[in-house]
Design a protein around this ligand. Structure first.
Ligand code: FE
Length: 208
């Protein structure tokens, strides 16, 4: 049965985003990235859900088939939909981790210090391909720990059972309009703009 995916609202208006996120992304990017890229993933995900209802399963094969491509692109657009949703959710703050006491304690327990976590997160995000993400996840299936994973595109490198808590989009569309090739600078600005109150809410809701 198909599922209808929503293009969720951000915790701030499009107008507020231009100011709130100005140190991380250009005002134009705050609009394009949400209203074009993010929305596009949701639209295609819903189109794929519908097309899957009637796709011919008997034509499946390992080279090309409609069903194969639909399933392949479902994962891609699902990743784009979910990660962008959380990307906007965790941005728009002042970067003060003290506003997220539970997640702060969990990060310090796992990584030794907030600084250690940041260095590892930044390295993961910086090392992703030109289209990728660095993501702090909670490994709920086995280790029960926090982990920074490097994800190429939206899904290569993701781990099964990993609940995304902080996803940093390092596709060039995310930062090039403001920082050009300065991905490291963009990641620093991303970290300084995190809303730890909302991240803490997310951590408490899905992890604790
Ligand atoms: Fe993106």
């Amino acid at each position: 049965m198909s599922y209808e995916w929503k293009f969720n609202k951000r915790p701030y208006s499009d107008e507020e985003a231009k100011t709130l996120l100005k140190d991380v992304i250009s005002p134009e990017t705050s609009d394009w990235h949400y209203n074009t890229h993010h929305k596009g993933y949701v639209t295609f995900l819903n189109n794929i859900e519908k097309e899957l209802e009637s796709a011919d399963r008997s034509k499946a094969n390992g080279n090309y088939s409609q069903i194969g491509e639909l399933k392949r692109r479902l994962t891609w657009n699902h990743g784009g939909t979910v990660l962008h949703d959380i990307y906007w959710e965790v941005l728009g703050g002042d970067g003060d981790i003290n506003k997220g006491p539970e997640i702060k304690a969990a990060i310090e327990k796992e990584f030794g210090s907030f600084e250690n976590w940041k260095a590892d997160f930044k390295a993961a995000a910086f090392s992703a391909k030109l289209s990728g993400w660095g993501v702090l996840v909670y490994d709920m299936l086995y280790s029960g720990r926090l982990l920074n994973v490097l994800v190429d595109e939206h899904h290569y490198g993701a781990i099964w059972g990993g609940i995304p808590l902080i996803p940093c989009d390092v596709f060039e569309h995310a930062y090039y309009h403001k920082d050009g090739p300065g991905r490291a600078k963009y990641i620093d600005n991303f970290l300084n703009n995190l809303n730890w109150g909302r991240i803490n809410d997310r951590f408490v809701k899905f992890v604790k």
